[in-house]
Design a protein around this ligand. Structure first.
Ligand SMILES: [Zn+2]
Length: 271
């Protein structure tokens, strides 16, 4: 990628340095605030080191899941419900990992299934969670046009070299009026700004893009969607009690004013 590459969200070509890291730098689009890791990480787009390791997914599943982990997978479903979706709809989770969100959506009454490029994740998720998962890459997925009520992408778009292509595919898979749900780290959050290279949501070894609400809104509307609504929730686990109380309160306030560091967007395919 060259320094003058077009921004996939707003089409701008002016990038300014935002963060210098040991092995890379983050550049920021002067137009919409979208961040970009330069050079692009080697472990993005399904090439993450753990992608072929069933043990990694088994270990992750066996770890105790705090309330936060459940909220991470429930937050996109909360945003979907707030946008007017009702149980009973079909839901396709793209980049489903072992099916955490698929399982949470099933429990809420959606007809949920997932797609993931990692055969290891799909095999472990089917065996342990009984999740309905298919192994495949987004660009090759055999999803009939206008066949889905909901498509979810939870912490996926920031890993993909061409996120606009994925959103156009998702738009084509949705029925008119269908719901798109995107979750990803919010690069515009004061938490991200304050923590800099230490922010949990940055992951420059895997994330190509660092979205802001404006950048994500422009990308989504530019790929065919309408009716955009977004909200933010806390990204990392901060317990409410004890020494973490003040930290928790700061994040709770940021949620209220739409500036916490997990960004959740819902949009519709035009009816
Ligand atoms: Zn931009």
């Amino acid at each position: 990628m060259t320094r003058t590459a077009r921004c996939p969200a707003c089409g701008g070509a002016a990038w300014v340095p935002a963060l210098r890291l040991p092995a890379s730098a983050i550049l920021r689009c002067a137009g919409c605030g979208l961040g970009r890791t330069e050079p692009p990480p080697a472990e993005a787009d399904g090439r993450e080191q753990f992608a072929d390791d069933p043990e990694y997914f088994r270990r992750a599943l066996a770890e105790p899941k705090d309330r936060w982990w459940r909220r991470f997978n429930e937050a996109p479903l909360d945003a979907l419900a707030a946008a007017g979706a009702r149980p009973g709809l079909s839901l396709l989770d793209v980049g489903a990992n072992v099916g955490y969100l698929v399982t949470a959506a099933d429990a809420r009454g959606y007809r949920a299934r997932g797609l993931d490029g990692s055969l290891a994740a799909v095999a472990v998720g089917r065996a342990v969670l009984g999740a309905q998962l298919t192994c495949g890459r987004i660009e090759d997925a055999a999803v009939p046009p206008a066949s889905e009520d909901v498509v979810t992408l939870n912490h996926v778009l920031e890993h993909l070299p061409d996120p606009a292509r994925t959103l156009r595919a998702a738009c084509a898979w949705l029925r008119p009026g269908g719901f798109l749900v995107v979750g990803l780290p919010n690069f515009a959050s004061p938490i991200a700004r304050a923590a800099g290279a230490r922010w949990d949501g940055l992951v420059p070894s895997q994330h190509i893009w660092h979205f802001t609400p404006l950048a994500l809104t422009q990308l989504v509307t530019g790929t065919g969607f309408t009716g955009v609504r977004w909200r933010t929730r806390m990204l990392s686990f901060v317990p409410r009690g004890g020494a973490g109380w003040a930290k928790w309160l700061v994040r709770r306030v940021l949620e209220t004013i739409g500036r916490a560091d997990n960004l959740l967007l819902v949009a519709r395919r035009p009816a």
